[in-house]
Design a protein around this ligand. Structure first.
Ligand code: UDP
Ligand code: MG
Length: 313
């Protein structure tokens, strides 16, 4: 059986298109399947749309969150509840082309791979600034963390059950799936494809939201920012010793008159700034630790048409 997980947040316009297209493809594959729609606290009529669909199509299962928990939580809820031997995550906006599925399934079946992931080779239709920051993000995170993340990687991938079990076992609260997939290993094939524009509705990711997500990704998978503090500390101490030597020698030779309070103020502000920056970095890690130790559920399902689902995890 194949499980398709679809996180939906305000996707009432896109869902009918998605359902039509995915059904065509899955029917052609000819295996048993389930469509797990996760309604991530939508404010529009997404839930109504899903209920109507589930009445028409018995393959449709909807899990409706009690509020918006974010796409990561929606994917996690899907993984926890997927029953298939093969599991895929797909956006509701058809930016992850269902037409790739048969080929992905064929690759998995050949036995060489445990998962087939997708990456965009083009970023057409995306603002240039966003593409630039995205590229910087991938190059930075690959340098300073152990998660290896391909540039342009999407969340869209088809996996064997064994890989899904590993993801479910990673119960951390701060989730960054692209990193988690890399961290657990397994043999992954990267399938390139051209970017597709969303079919209806609009993107849920503002630039700022993406930026914060990128910072989260780095903090979740790297300790390098923490060492920035000790690095700054060491270099500054070294330079202050040098400066001290210069001042003492100058005083002995020239008997230096008093001058330059401006430069002192600059130095004080500079050091103060660096200290605050380092405190801020540490604060980021501490706040993540704080959230982890609370062991709050990742998601709460308020409504569903399948009584066997895990409602809270
Ligand atoms: N999504 C979600 N919860 C959120 C934000 C987004 O479940 O808080 C879903 C959304 O419905 C879509 C997918 O995540 O199916 C990707 O979102 P979107 O298409 O807006 O992102 P983009 O493709 O523009 O990066
Ligand atoms: Mg999209």
């Amino acid at each position: 059986m194949i499980s398709i997980i679809v996180p939906c947040y305000n996707e009432q316009e896109a869902i009918p298109f998605f359902h039509k297209e995915i059904t065509l493809v899955l029917k052609e594959i000819g295996e048993d399947y389930e469509l797990l729609f996760v309604n991530d606290g939508s404010k529009d009529d997404t839930l109504k749309e899903l209920k109507a669909l589930s009445e028409k199509d018995s393959h449709v299962i909807y899990l409706s969150f009690s509020r918006n928990f974010g796409k990561e939580a929606a994917m996690y809820a899907g993984f926890c509840n997927a029953k298939g031997d093969y599991v895929a995550v797909m956006d509701a906006d058809l930016q992850d082309p269902p037409a790739l599925l048969p080929e992905m399934l064929r690759l998995l079946r050949s036995g060489e791979y445990d998962s087939v992931a997708t990456r965009r080779v083009s970023r057409e239709g995306e603002p240039a600034v966003r593409s630039w920051f995205a590229r910087r993000f991938y190059s930075i995170i690959n340098k300073i963390s152990e998660a290896d993340i391909v540039d342009g990687a999407r969340d869209f991938r088809l996996m064997k059950k064994s890989m899904v079990d590993a993801i479910v076992a990673m119960g951390e609260y701060n989730r960054f799936s692209k990193g988690l997939f890399g961290w657990i290993g397994f043999r992954t094939y990267w399938m390139p494809y051209e970017n597709v524009e969303r079919v209806a509705g609009e993107t849920k990711w503002s630039f700022w939201k993406l930026f914060k997500y990128a910072i989260d990704g780095i903090i979740n998978f790297s300790h390098v920012p923490l060492s920035i503090a000790s690095w700054f500390g060491t270099t500054m101490t070294f330079f202050s010793f040098l400066a001290l030597a210069v001042i003492i020698i100058r005083r002995l030779i020239f008997g230096d008159p008093v001058a330059g309070w401006a430069s002192i103020v600059c130095v004080v502000i500079f050091i103060g700034g660096i200290q605050l920056l380092c405190l801020g970095i540490m604060g980021q890690y501490i706040s993540k630790t704080y959230l982890e130790t609370k062991h709050r559920p990742h998601f709460i399902i308020a409504e569903t048409n399948d009584e066997s689902v895990i409602r809270l995890k």
